[in-house]
Design a protein around this ligand. Structure first.
Ligand code: GRF
Length: 213
């Protein structure tokens, strides 16, 4: 009989060593990110000593993006992509070369082509810095989201983790967490609150999902 001993990873979250899980091979993850990369960094750190998943590849469309330096410091290869080629091929061959079986978007702004959505059904997720379906869609990214929330005098905002489909910020919602918007809130203060939620919840939610695939 296999003893079910919980393993604690470095962030203190419990990896349930179920029999199923023990038999499962490690999941190979690609993070698509083209910004500062703070979410990518948290995810990389979360899975650094994990037996569940390994961050194999950072996919980025912006030379000079902060996430490239983070990848370098963690010795994770970066695939720099070009728009037309991405739309046509999704760089599927490259992803297969790294045996990628799950894709995490973390500050990636290009539409995901159907070739990738078809190749990774229910295996591509995104995080959005507001409570979808409000404040999503084309052009709704970064501070534009927070400015719109403040303009509308919302009492709360938050984060949404969702599956990716062929429309911006549209796929099935997996998880949401709200935060209050105060009277004196600014775009910057709201951005900071939302980032804190993202850093706190995205890695843990990813871990939960990975147990199920
Ligand atoms: C995050 O706010 C995320 O919600 C959005 O893009 C931003 C990326 O920030 N999709 P960072 O590059 O991870 O710091």
């Amino acid at each position: 009989m296999i003893k079910k001993t919980p393993m604690i990873n470095h962030e203190g979250s419990v990896e349930k060593a179920s029999e199923d899980n023990k038999q499962q091979p490690i999941k190979h993850i690609a993070i698509f990110a083209s910004g500062a990369g703070s979410n990518a960094q948290k995810i990389i750190e979360h899975f650094e000593n994990s037996t569940l998943a390994k961050i194999e590849l950072i996919v980025c469309n912006k030379p000079g993006a902060g996430v490239i330096e983070i990848a370098g410091s963690k010795s994770i290869p970066v695939l720099l992509i070009e728009k037309k080629m991405f739309a046509d091929s999704g760089y599927l061959e490259e992803l297969k070369r790294y045996h990628i079986d799950f894709i995490i978007l973390a500050g990636f702004l290009w539409k995901i082509p159907s070739v990738l959505i078809d190749a990774y059904p229910w295996k591509i997720i995104n995080i959005h810095p507001a409570l979808l379906p409000a404040y999503g869609g084309k052009g709704m990214f970064g501070n534009a989201v927070h400015a719109a929330v403040l303009m509308a005098k919302e009492k709360q905002s938050g984060i949404t983790i969702h599956y990716v489909d062929d429309k911006y910020d549209h796929g099935k919602i997996i998880f949401q967490k709200a935060c209050p918007v105060t009277e004196d809130e600014t775009v910057e203060s709201l951005a900071q609150k939302v980032h804190e939620l993202e850093h706190n919840y995205y890695p843990k939610q990813i871990e939960k999902l990975l147990y199920k695939i």
